[in-house]
Design a protein around this ligand. Structure first.
Ligand SMILES: [Zn+2]
Ligand SMILES: [Zn+2]
Length: 379
């Protein structure tokens, strides 16, 4: 190859790698649909240069798509605008408008939203599904919440413990008033890496919707992902279909769960089917001779490593007290048969509680891992 040839090859190579770098890639979040619902992976709290964030709005959409999300809302502050000396900030719909085209081309649902930002109380509130963010008055927060209600917005209270002593969330008269008036529909039980058990319990007691969000200000990759070892929060929304209308209906109907820091929080009726979708017993029929041993193979197809602790006994069979079902792996559980009286064909169910699937702050999800005792020589 002569010199010109080398130059041409180099140029061709640069073009080739250039086009590879330009390829967009999405890492799917392994939260499957549950019976009756599409599981939408969502994030409802992040900022851009249009308030105190450092990224341009379409970047938020691109990041979210790459990280496996189906729906997001950009929630720039209505009041706190530190970039106002660098940019003309008069249109509170602008971040949504700029991000909309990218969202459409990536088939990601983008919710028009804003963050109402007050001292505590009443604190910070995210207003989702706004029709016009400019029509939210910013002087009197009650007027703002009233206007959001008029626009049929879904409103949640952000990071309730943020400014409280010891981060202990407090339910103020202002919250009670908003709750009574139907202005408040959900609470952040996770903000960034912080889980709030008090807010979690409020959602259960007061029938409010649980959400968990990043509250990102800088680029997502700086705070989350493989390089940091930190998981970006996900609000799972169990919707009738993937559309903005269904997303909104599901949020008002409290069909959510929150995944953050390798935990998942939600009601049993959503966590149980999710566990069932994730876990598969690979050896559903197993021979264990009297006084013998066998390995029960259990596969976890989900997004999280699940940590299980036994919460009961099974007559005639001993099984591990604690197990970790690693995401994407099959684990072989060591079983011991202690009793000869078990009939072949008996279905056995190993009782466990999943330590990192929480149906209440102090309550882990109870599950059963079942198999049938086979006739010797059958498997
Ligand atoms: Zn805030
Ligand atoms: Zn915020």
């Amino acid at each position: 190859v002569n010199r010109l040839g080398l130059v041409l090859i180099t140029i061709a190579f640069c073009f080739f790698t250039g086009s590879v770098n330009a390829q967009r890639e999405r890492t799917e979040l392994e939260f499957p649909d549950i019976p009756g619902y599409v599981t939408l992976k969502c994030e409802f709290h992040m900022h851009t240069v249009f308030s105190d964030g450092s990224v341009w709005p379409p970047v938020r959409v691109d990041e979210a798509w790459r990280e496996g999300y189906d729906a997001i809302s950009i929630t720039d502050h209505l009041e706190y605008l530190p970039h106002r000396h660098d940019m003309v900030l008069t249109n509170f719909n602008r971040s949504y408008e700029l991000a909309k085209g990218t969202a459409r081309s990536l088939d990601l649902l983008l919710v028009r939203a804003a963050e109402l930002t007050r001292g505590e109380p009443p604190g910070h509130w995210n207003l989702l599904f706004l029709k016009d963010a400019n029509a939210i008055p910013t002087k009197d927060y009650r007027e703002a919440l009233r206007a959001a209600r008029k626009q049929e917005a879904f409103v949640f209270w952000n990071h309730p413990g943020w400014k409280q002593p010891n981060r202990k969330s407090k339910w103020y008269d202002e919250q009670q008033e908003a709750f009574t008036n139907g202005w408040l529909h959900g609470i952040e039980i996770v903000n960034g890496s912080e889980y709030d058990p008090i807010a979690h319990q409020w959602c259960l007691d007061k029938k409010l919707t649980m959400v968990g969000n990043s509250d990102l200000h800088g680029p997502s990759a700086q705070e989350y992902g493989p390089a940091t070892g930190k998981r970006r929060p996900v609000t799972l929304v169990f919707a009738k279909e993937k559309s903005l209308g269904s997303l909104k209906e599901a949020l008002f109907s409290r069909r959510t769960a929150v995944c953050a820091n390798n935990f998942i929080y939600g009601e049993k009726k959503y966590l149980h089917p999710l566990f069932d979708q994730w876990i598969e017993v690979k050896t559903p029929s197993l021979t264990i001779r009297p006084k013998g041993r066998a390995l029960l193979q259990v596969h976890n197809d989900g997004e999280l490593d699940l940590v299980l602790a036994s919460n009961g006994q099974v007559d005639g069979v001993g099984f591990p007290e604690t197990i970790t079902l690693s995401a994407g792996k099959t684990v072989a559980l060591d079983l011991r048969r202690t009793e000869a009286a078990l009939e072949p064909g008996t279905r056995l169910e190993l009782p466990y509680s999943v330590q990192n699937m929480k149906i209440a702050p102090d309550h882990a999800l109870s599950v059963r891992i079942g198999f049938v005792l086979a006739r010797p020589g059958k498997n």
